[in-house]
Unconditional design. Structure first.
Lengths: 149, 149
DNA sequence: GTAGTTGCAAAACTTTTGCACGGCA
DNA sequence: TGCCGTGCAAAAGTTTTGCAACTAC
């Protein structure tokens, strides 16, 4: 399953960076493109290994620095989990993450009711909501069919 | 705001531990009581400092070991956040966490619709759900009224 | 030209683990 | 008494930071 469908062009990324007065270096463009294109919720390591294929000198520090920029710009969300497997997603719409605790895959599920629940909750206690995270943890169908460990 | 309202007695905790053939040491009892009673979503450090008041020799390692036991027993949930501030909560019912990104406080909000959204999502993609997490990030009313930093 | 960025190494933190001692059952 | 649990220190793992060299603009 290829992830880089080039839905986001170099030009788009360059425009985003320039708008924030950030330099459009090849490393940054590659990191941004990969994570913004991906629907796989990659880890920093995943991104590092993938970007290294085209830019062998890139460092993990640069990956983290670029991911932090994208977080500040609100273009990606950081999903932390127990056992230190932080993952990054570019889907900014309110949605549900189905997280398989056996294979680690994450599926996005849309449900319009998520928005109305958020609206109800923040009204109840007067809260300025800025983002959200809705995870469901369990075992996916494929893993359920496999023999237990 | 006192947190130890003794809603959970030593006897209850001892019974829980013995049922799992775990020894009911004073440290474990204190750690379990504190985190199971708390509605403040404490960090491991918070728990360590508080338990140290009554058990000065307790170590952070013991706190982590005990928290891991409680997690395995399904009695608490671990909430990880960016910047490494993992927090623990004893509210096992599906609910929403309103997380203030300025003061760090977390409020629980109940909404029965959370359950139906979960049911709908797991049916759509055939998923064995075991637990969930629904966070809303933003700024609480009190912090909104304060001057910006 | 120069201000911002990279890549390396080291630091900072959180959480886990190994092991000898000590205490619960 | 025997075995499990504790507490210390060290390890492991992830993310951040300082800095000299480099590069996009």
């Amino acid at each position: 399953m290829s992830m880089n469908n080039s839905q986001i062009s170099d030009e788009t990324v360059i425009r985003l960076l320039r708008k924030k007065r950030l330099k459009a270096t090849p490393q940054r463009i590659a990191i941004c493109r990969f994570v913004l294109d991906s629907r796989e919720h990659p880890t920093a390591q995943n991104i590092y290994i993938k970007v290294k294929e085209m830019h062998p000198t890139v460092s993990l520090a640069t990956v983290y620095k670029t991911l932090n920029i994208l977080k500040e710009l609100g273009l990606i969300k950081e999903l932390t989990f127990p056992q230190g497997e932080t993952r990054f997603e570019s889907n900014r719409e309110p949605h549900i993450n189905l997280v398989c605790q056996r294979c680690g895959k994450i599926w996005d599920v849309d449900d319009l009711a998520v928005r109305s629940i958020i609206a109800r909750a923040v009204t109840k206690v007067k809260f300025n909501a800025m983002s959200e995270r809705f995870d469901i943890y369990g075992v996916c169908e494929r893993c359920s069919k496999r023999k237990a460990l």
